[in-house]
Ligand binder design. Structure first.
Ligand code: PA5
Length: 432
């Protein structure tokens, strides 16, 4: 039984129109499965929940334990696909507020995802006397932001613990044989984890890229993989009629053809904020090319109903929404009666906060659908490792299907090189 359900009733698209894509979907399905075992292709993520390096998986758990014994903080250095997946899972599954006394696991902090000197200095100040380790993650091993951050934090680590101990506190996740980071890791003898050749950055959360920070944060990576495996089995059905993941991909493409070229991923749970960031990167980098593609946007409701709500209800009609709803919150709060009722809220007494949140969601969906914003509704029973694993795989697979229906290559990102060339030229990097 799946804990994730999709409802397309409010998209305005009839099942028969979806099923017109049956043949195309079946062909792409076959092609994807054929490509999954090609080590030179980028479809290795398709079988990751079952086909992964078991020895490395155990080593990830051991390293997570070691980091927890030795360090108050793990600085995860990476950008884009080399960091967003881990942050998405960690923020979704750990408390938003943990004091040092309450903390049972190493705190995960992030660097190398921007070039802000303020950010880095504030992070250095926050680390202060605390013990820390580093997990530097880069598939290419040459990305500027993480490379600079690593240089800075490595020096701090070496000054603090001496070269030898610093070495044992550095964990490198990179390509198995190439790149500057690989060379450095080999030379220094750092603990290393591999990003498989056939798994691209934004599809890599279920490799060591995501798994080491996630395990260090005290989250069960076994359960996460179990959830992903469930999705792998479930969405390997070539029958469009029975495959919700493919239906989502098809509906997006139909909406796109109807000039709905912006998709807003909506949550009513702030812990899902970084999940949306991860999703935005996955879809934006996979589909936005050849002057095509749905623009992936995101909002946290009800917060953003007070900022973006107006536009969504009344602005340019090129939007559709995909709402992720979590059926049962991990904890709830009762609204109690108040004798004076000066705030006028007694009509809610006896109800719980999640009930109010759900009514806000129902009311908003109704309003937006009637304002010509089609709605895709994804229900998740609760926020836990299995369901997040399942949802990750659902979106990855849907993304590849959607991109291939659109007629783009969902596994490359040629566009991101443009700004780099200019930046390197301006920085007078040799060769630019
Ligand atoms: O999805 C992608 O491929 C990118 O977003 C990369 O993850 C990002 O650019 C970081 O690259 P790297 O891991 O090579 O440092």
């Amino acid at each position: 039984m799946s804990n994730i359900k999709i409802n397309l009733e409010n998209t305005g698209i009839a099942e028969k129109n979806i099923l017109e894509y049956k043949e195309q979907v079946e062909n792409i399905h076959k092609e994807l499965n054929k490509r999954a075992n090609d080590e030179k292709d980028f479809v290795g993520w398709l079988e990751l929940p079952t086909n992964y390096d078991k020895e490395e998986f155990e080593r990830i758990k051991k390293s997570a334990e070691k980091i927890n014994k030795e360090s108050d903080i793990l600085v995860v250095i990476g950008i884009g696909g080399s960091y967003l997946g881990a942050r998405a899972v960690i923020e979704a599954l750990t408390s938003s507020f943990i004091s040092e006394e309450q903390r049972n696991y190493t705190e995960i902090l992030y660097a190398g995802n921007n070039l802000s000197s303020n950010y880095i200095n504030e992070l250095i100040e926050y680390i202060g006397e605390k013990d820390f380790s580093i997990n530097v993650i880069s598939k290419s091993g040459t990305t500027t932001e993480p490379a600079i951050a690593f240089r800075i934090f490595r020096e701090i680590l070496e000054n603090k613990y001496g070269i030898e101990e610093a070495r044992s506190r550095i964990y490198v996740t990179t390509d198995k044989e190439k790149g500057a980071l690989k060379t450095l890791a080999q030379k220094e003898g750092y603990e290393q984890f591999v990003i498989p050749d056939n798994v691209g950055g934004r599809y890599s959360v279920l490799t060591a890229v995501g798994l080491l920070p996630i395990a260090t944060a005290g989250i069960s990576i076994d359960k996460l993989m179990e959830g992903a495996k469930k999705a792998q089995d479930k969405y390997n059905n070539p029958e469009l009629k029975e495959n919700d993941c493919y239906k989502y991909a098809v509906v997006r493409n139909i909406l796109y053809k109807l000039y709905k070229n912006t998709e807003i991923l909506v949550n009513y749970e702030p812990k899902m904020h970084y999940f949306t960031e991860w999703w935005k990167q996955l879809y934006g980098e996979s589909e936005g090319k050849d002057q095509k593609g749905i623009f992936p946007a995101g909002v946290d409701f009800t917060t953003d109903l007070h900022s973006m709500g107006q536009y969504i209800q009344d602005g340019r009609r090129n939007l559709f929404e995909t709402v992720i709803s979590i059926n049962i919150p991990n904890s709830n709060i009762n609204i109690r009666p108040d004798d004076d009722n000066l705030d006028g809220l007694n009509y809610l007494s006896g109800k719980d906060l999640d009930y109010v949140n759900k009514k806000a969601m129902e009311g908003t969906i109704k309003a937006h659908v009637s304002g010509d914003v089609p709605n895709i509704f994804i229900e998740m029973s609760k926020l836990d490792e299995q369901n997040i694993g399942e949802l990750i795989y659902f979106f990855e697979k849907a993304c590849s299907m959607s991109g291939l229906i659109l007629g783009v290559n969902p596994f490359n990102q040629p566009g991101v090189e443009e700004y780099k060339k200019n930046m390197f030229h301006l920085l007078e990097k040799p060769g630019y």
